[in-house]
Design a protein around this ligand. Structure first.
Ligand code: NAD
Length: 286
């Protein structure tokens, strides 16, 4: 199936990046959020990023204008998904919310449409059970910032069909990404490996082993990580990190995934990282 129109549900950190990349690569995009204000902000962010790409001559003015025209912002999900071949869901990492949304998408999207989730940790097999088309449900796990990061983990649920997998993997390539096939397991590969490292970094700060800056410095200079784990947690969103750790802890049942109390406290205080202007670091411009 040729995918030419896609609905992206959720216009936050990830949804706006996915919408931008899809539009630049020629897809018609319906970007959906419950909030008009978020949609406006998302469109401004996309325009800003396109302008930056233009300034760096990574893209032409014609491409910028064409991409801008391909994106429509809506709050009405039913209208957004009525004629799409693919839906990419990027709402917060909350199983109840995603489960309800998949049931609604199943009722509203055309029968041939593929329903993909950008979830970082929730079971694709389980999301499939919320629909009557589990063979067309798949994980499309993009990385932040979406326009820059080339990896997409393509996650097969137990009932995901080979045709669905091939269509989505081909689309990822068309978006100039590198698809990597992974099985449906909590946190897939990326977050199964990354989140325990971030969690340990938070424990180091909580226990006074080293300062935030020094924990990050150790991992950057000692392990050649381009970014320290705490700066990365701020970029991902501390609420997102906490939600993923909760899933790993619950699903895998091992204490090593138990979220650090300091991480919980920061999320409770609204220190969510870059998106709120404060996490482990401060971001005055946000
Ligand atoms: P976010 O909080 O920045 O954005 C979520 C958006 O969804 C918000 O704008 C919210 O208003 C909107 N929303 C909530 N309920 C909705 C509904 N019913 N219909 C439409 N929109 C709704 O979250 P995010 O960081 O973009 O994460 C989204 C998903 O992507 C999560 O599953 C997360 O685990 C995953 N993910 C995040 C990252 C990251 O680095 N942030 C990386 C990879 C995957």
């Amino acid at each position: 199936m040729e995918i030419s129109t896609v609905a992206v549900i959720g216009a936050g950190t990830m949804g706006r990046g996915i919408a931008q990349v899809a539009a630049v690569h020629g897809l018609t995009v319906r970007l959906v959020d419950t909030s008009e204000a978020v949609l406006q902000q998302a469109f401004q962010t996309i325009e800003h990023h396109l302008q930056r790409q233009l300034n760096k001559s990574l893209i032409t003015l014609e491409q910028v204008e064409a991409a801008r025209k391909r994106i429509t912002c809506l709050t009405d999900i039913a209208a957004a998904v009525a004629d799409v071949e693919l839906v990419i869901e990027a709402v917060p990492e909350d199983p109840t919310l995603k489960g309800q949304l998949f049931a609604a998408l199943d009722a509203q999207a055309p029968a041939h449409a593929i329903l993909a989730s950008n979830t970082s940790s929730i079971s694709i097999t389980w999301l499939g059970t919320r629909t009557r088309r589990p063979e067309q449900v798949i994980g499309m796990h993009f990385f932040n910032p979406v326009p820059v990061m080339r990896l997409v983990e393509i996650v097969r649920g137990l009932k995901t069909s080979q045709a669905t997998f091939e269509a989505v993997a081909a689309l990822a390539q068309r978006l100039d990404k590198v698809p990597v096939a992974v099985q449906d397991a909590p946190g897939f590969v990326s977050n199964r490996v990354l989140m325990p490292m971030i969690n340990e970094a938070v424990y180091c700060v909580m226990e006074g082993v080293a300062s935030v800056e020094d924990v990050d410095r150790v991992m950057q200079l000692g392990m050649a990580h381009p970014m320290g784990p705490l700066a990365l947690a701020d970029l991902i969103g501390l609420d997102v990190c906490l939600a993923i750790l909760e899933v790993l802890h619950r699903e895998l049942g091992e204490d090593k995934y138990r979220p650090c109390p300091l991480l919980r406290k920061m999320v409770a205080a609204g220190y969510l990282g870059r998106k709120t202007g404060r996490g482990f670091y401060e971001y005055p411009a946000a």
